[in-house]
Design a binder for this molecule. Structure first.
Ligand SMILES: Cc1cc2nc3c(=O)[nH]c(=O)nc-3n(C[C@H](O)[C@H](O)[C@H](O)COP(=O)(O)OP(=O)(O)OC[C@H]3O[C@@H](n4cnc5c(N)ncnc54)[C@H](O)[C@@H]3O)c2cc1C
Ligand SMILES: NC(=O)c1ccc[n+]([C@@H]2O[C@H](COP(=O)([O-])OP(=O)(O)OC[C@H]3O[C@@H](n4cnc5c(N)ncnc54)[C@H](OP(=O)(O)O)[C@@H]3O)[C@@H](O)[C@H]2O)c1
Length: 406
């Protein structure tokens, strides 16, 4: 029988990597972090060369709660021998490709406590421990930490329509080359949509036409202004947690663009690209902007696809060869939770989460199920982002250690 671990963590994306890096300082606490990917990779389907981080690199896996940790972004720069050059380069924002290297470097440092190529297929509870079944063996633990990340969101009218010509932005990289010379519709006015539109327009092999559709009334910026950024304080998440449910929903809508708008720099760059293409290159037909339009359906035609849209009650359509759905993500409980899902307490279909990020369930309190990046409804718009991820892992680790972990 396998060793009884203090906790088993499903997923080794940034959230559970942060937990692993912080747990390393407590050798008495035994945890295992499993990921189905073959190797560390941070949203590889949208890892475009020009894409940058939306936050300071100091909001890494550890620095906000332990600036002396050997797993910081600064430690990574020094270990790689590029600290001075990094400073001299004065990047306005760190490239996602470099942060991805940092995450992989942390995973490598953590050795056997982080394992890839382990697909968690089912979790069961046996009265005094969780049993986690994976593609490479079964593990037993006192607690469970779910860090499987959000799932791609597809508009319901397009579910079932996906394939090589209609795909989510999370799969963009593998389809990108095939879009050269085609008529491409990009749906979604968030950061993913904006990055994809830029990539399509600045590449050597451009599409014949790019139509950018956004349900939002315009192409709206990320609000990174000084006072708004205070939403990324632990106290703000705690304050949100303390609010009544009805208020929380209203606040989420109000604060949306502090998380889900487009970087101002990227918006400005896109504007210039559109200007140059239309007025200097003389090809205004290359890019069409359709803000304020929602997807209503998709029809196959002899000569391609027809993306049906509605706007203020009026219907319109875009004829195209491919549709990229940059329609965002949704937090949901991972499928591997299986029958345990039915044992969680839900309100309005969402898990009820306690202040230590554990969910309420009908099992014994000494065996907790923690939710990383699954409680935007309880902790606010920052929950899916990197900003408070190190702090959240610290809260979870402290709870594990006071509930039976050493
Ligand atoms: C393209 C993109 C860029 C982003 N950039 C930023 C940014 O700059 N700043 C910011 O604050 N936020 C950003 N975000 C938000 C993003 O959610 C966080 O940066 C971060 O990835 C969240 O980490 P996570 O570990 O919770 O989830 P994920 O990164 O999604 O990791 C979840 C992991 O769980 C694994 N997994 C899932 N199911 C299983 C299973 N059954 N068994 C084993 N493993 C499993 C997956 O393989 C994955 O590795 C970005 C999001 C996207 C899509
Ligand atoms: N480089 C980076 O740092 C980077 C890159 C990518 C993503 N991210 C982050 O990751 C998170 C997700 O970003 P995202 O751009 O993938 O998702 P997102 O911000 O949620 O944007 C999704 C977009 O799709 C639209 N949409 C959804 N359903 C639609 C429909 N039926 N018809 C038309 N439009 C529809 C949404 O409109 P509504 O707003 O009206 O719902 C929204 O404009 C964000 O926090 C983002 O900042 C960061």
């Amino acid at each position: 029988m396998s060793e009884l671990l203090d906790y088993l963590a499903v997923g080794a994306g940034p959230a559970n990597l942060s937990l692993a890096a912080q747990a390393e300082a407590h050798p008495g606490t035994t945890g295992l972090h499993l990921d189905r990917r073959e190797r560390p990779a941070w949203h590889p389907g949208l890892l475009l060369p020009d894409a940058t981080l939306q936050n300071s690199p100091f909001k890494d896996l550890v620095t906000p709660v332990d600036p002396t940790s050997r797993f910081s972004f600064l430690a990574f720069l020094a270990a790689k021998g590029r600290f001075y050059q990094f400073l001299t380069a004065r990047f306005p924002a760190v490239h996602r490709a470099e942060f991805n290297q940092y995450l992989g470097w942390v995973a490598d440092q953590l050795g056997d406590t982080v394992r890839y190529d382990h697909d968690v297929t089912e979790v069961r509870f046996h009265g005094d421990h969780f049993e986690t079944e994976t593609s490479r063996g079964t593990f037993r633990s006192r607690h469970l930490v779910l860090g499987a990340g959000p799932q791609p969101y597809l508009p319901p009218v397009l579910e079932g329509a996906t394939g090589p010509a209609v795909f989510h932005s999370s799969e963009f990289v593998q389809h990108a080359e095939a879009l050269a010379g085609r008529r491409v519709a990009v749906v979604g006015g968030g950061q993913s949509g904006a990055e994809i539109v830029r990539h399509l327009l600045v590449g050597q092999a451009r599409p014949e036409q790019v139509t950018w559709v956004s349900r939002r009334p315009g192409f709206l910026p990320l609000d990174e202004s000084a006072f708004t950024n205070d939403l990324y304080l632990p106290e703000a998440a705690q304050d949100f947690f303390g609010r009544p449910r009805e208020q929380r929903a209203a606040l989420l809508a109000e604060q949306k663009y502090a998380s889900d708008g487009v970087n101002e720099g990227l918006l400005a760059e896109l504007y210039r690209i559109v200007y140059l293409t239309s007025h200097v290159e003389g090809r205004p037909e290359l890019i069409r902007l359709l803000p304020g339009h929602e997807v209503a359906g998709l029809a196959e035609r002899a000569d391609g696809l027809r993306l049906e849209l509605k706007s203020d009650g009026a219907e319109t359509a875009v004829d195209c060869d491919a549709v990229v759905l940059a329609t965002g993500y949704v937090q949901q409980l991972p499928q591997c939770l299986g029958a345990l899902t039915g044992r969680l307490r839900l309100e309005d279909g969402l898990p009820v989460v306690r202040e230590d990020y554990s969910v309420e369930w009908d099992g014994p309190d000494g065996h907790r199920i923690y939710l990383q990046n699954g409680a935007r409804h309880a902790f606010g718009i920052t929950d899916p982002n990197l900003g408070l991820l190190a702090w959240r892992s610290r809260v979870i680790l402290d709870s594990i250690r006071t509930n039976g972990g050493s």
